[in-house]
Design a protein around this ligand. Sequence first.
Ligand SMILES: C[S@@+](CC[C@H](N)C(=O)[O-])C[C@H]1O[C@@H](n2cnc3c(N)ncnc32)[C@H](O)[C@@H]1O
Length: 256
Amino acid sequence: MSADAVDDAVRRWRALSETAVLLDGFHALKHALRFDARVPAMLTSDKAAVLALAEELAPDVRERLASLAVEVQGEVLRMLVPRAHPTGIAALAERPERAARLAALEHPHRPAPVVVLDNPRNLGNAGAVIRLAAGFGATGVVTTGSLDPWHPTVVRGAAGLHYATAVERLAVDELPKGPLYALDPEGKDIRSVTLPDDALLAFGSERSGLSAELRERADELIALPMRPQVSSYNLATSVGMALFHWSATPGGTARV
Ligand SMILES: C[S@@+](CC[C@H](N)C(=O)[O-])C[C@H]1O[C@@H](n2cnc3c(N)ncnc32)[C@H](O)[C@@H]1O
């Protein structure tokens, strides 16, 4: 590739990076492409290595990577992306339209639950939850509070799977309609509850659990089995168990 083409790619990167979503590394980019993200820029310090990795791990996206990738020196990549990923790949993707995300979340016949994280504090937990939601085919993940669910650390933790589910931040009084099951160790045993497909499954913050406002909106408090003297599970682990319970209820084998 000519020096002019590389300069153009770097200029383009700088212009887009203010608003676009940073996809860090091979897996994040692979997932985003599989779930129809629009990716206007991709840089790598080793194009041949990227294509070899794609050949081995994701042949379905190899051709798109081959046409997107612009090879730049390692130091150029490190200048543009301070925490460059070990795979030497970075890409910028457009955020999906907010209106489309809201339409999915507010759909009157949602085919799968919406996960609500009530004021989560840990970016890594939020990323892990989005990855779980994507894997189970959940309709979306809504956060309340100040954490930005599109923060680069959350996108990294979710391995780019923000494009596989609707990720949004809303206030408690803006949550989509539908039966809201709030997860709390004091609730009714989840094993006695059938979670409907249009449920909202809400989880409290790592520090203080469910807020008073969220409890007020809840239709039912439900608990994950846990032996006495253990006070709680990790947030993302709790989401995984609740989604598994939903997927395993009658008719669930067709869901994932
Ligand atoms: C780390 S816990 C919160 C612990 C917090 N110190 C508290 O006072 O609740 C994060 C969230 O995971 C969910 N959770 C954890 N263990 C649970 C259990 N045994 N049953 C139901 N939900 C649970 C709840 O939604 C909880 O608010």
